[in-house]
Design a protein around this ligand. Structure first.
Ligand SMILES: NC(=O)c1ccc[n+]([C@@H]2O[C@H](COP(=O)([O-])OP(=O)(O)OC[C@H]3O[C@@H](n4cnc5c(N)ncnc54)[C@H](O)[C@@H]3O)[C@@H](O)[C@H]2O)c1
Length: 263
């Protein structure tokens, strides 16, 4: 029985940023203050604000192959930067962006085996929030970088197919993030560790986000009722709906197609 129907575009941006920040809270060094944001597209404002608000990031280094994307990001974030007190630094290269960054977020979209971060691109202690390598044939991190790091995933069977670890052997060690949160596994072991959150986005995140949206929309009086499923006295007597519709001399389209179930 469908109970809630929602768009999942804006919601995806919110849930992805929330998940990234949650992972970083468990994996990044607590003193992280500088984040490089590589790929300044649709997700980037949400990622930036989540890390400023939830991680205490004070400086953002921004890089995109498309300078217009970075300009848009700066324009959109500027009022928040003034109010919340963080700095924005557009950069000319990936190397410039990652220099001095405690956290590196990669949110690029290129349907290919891209290498946004080479094996030696980042130094010890960095946390990488890799959200752009999220389907088969699409990666952002060099295999050598994955080998240098402790890698954390949402749901291992899915990430082996869709994540950056699709390039790695089937026995490449990874840890599901929930195990760290539940105290069953260790996240960052030392301040020098490189940690990677190899994020692909999975169904439980969408489900949790939609539960949250439904709760908030109901509280704000924003829900509309849609008639999708017939309410029948006897669920096996589905044909009853056809008979009832036939009795109506001029059945409306809505009356014929739906049965008026208040959600
Ligand atoms: N892990 C998740 O849960 C999750 C959720 C949403 C989106 N994503 C993925 O995150 C990525 C970004 O999503 P989006 O909605 O912001 O996409 P988008 O298309 O709006 O933006 C992508 C940006 O990456 C830039 N880019 C492409 N190649 C680059 C490179 N080599 N170096 C620097 N920048 C480069 C593009 O110019 C563009 O501005 C996509 O791959 C998307 O599939 C993942």
């Amino acid at each position: 029985m469908p109970v809630f129907l929602s768009e999942l575009t804006l919601t995806t941006a919110l849930r992805t940023a929330a998940t990234s920040a949650m992972a970083a809270r468990w994996l990044a060094r607590p003193d992280s203050r500088v984040m490089a944001l590589i790929g300044n597209g649709a997700q980037s404002e949400f990622q930036a604000l989540a890390f400023v608000g939830l991680l205490g990031i004070q400086t953002l280094h921004l890089y995109d192959v498309d300078a217009d994307a970075t300009r848009r990001l700066v324009r959109n974030l500027a009022p928040y930067a003034r109010t919340l007190g963080f700095d924005l630094h557009p950069c000319a290269t990936v190397a410039q962006a990652v220099h001095g960054a405690d956290i590196v977020t990669t949110a690029t979209a290129d349907k290919s085996r891209a290498t946004i971060l080479a094996a030696d691109a980042i130094g010890p202690g960095t946390h990488v929030n890799a959200i752009g390598g999220d389907c088969p044939g699409k990666t952002e991190l060099d295999a050598g970088l994955l080998q240098r790091a402790a890698v954390f995933v949402e749901y291992e069977p899915q990430t082996r197919v869709e994540g950056d670890i699709q390039q790695m052997p089937a026995d490449f060690p990874v840890t599901e993030l929930w195990r760290v949160i539940a105290g069953e596994a260790i996240g960052r072991r030392t301040p020098q560790d490189i940690t990677i959150f190899d994020s692909v986005g999975f169904a439980l995140e969408d489900y949790a986000a939609m539960q949250f949206m439904r709760h908030r929309a109901r509280a704000a009086g924003l829900l509309e009722t849609l008639d999708l499923v017939p309410a029948l006295a006897d669920p096996r007597d589905l044909f009853q709906r056809v008979v009832e519709a036939g009795r109506d001399p001029a059945p409306s389209r809505a009356a014929t197609l739906s049965a008026g179930v208040p959600a």
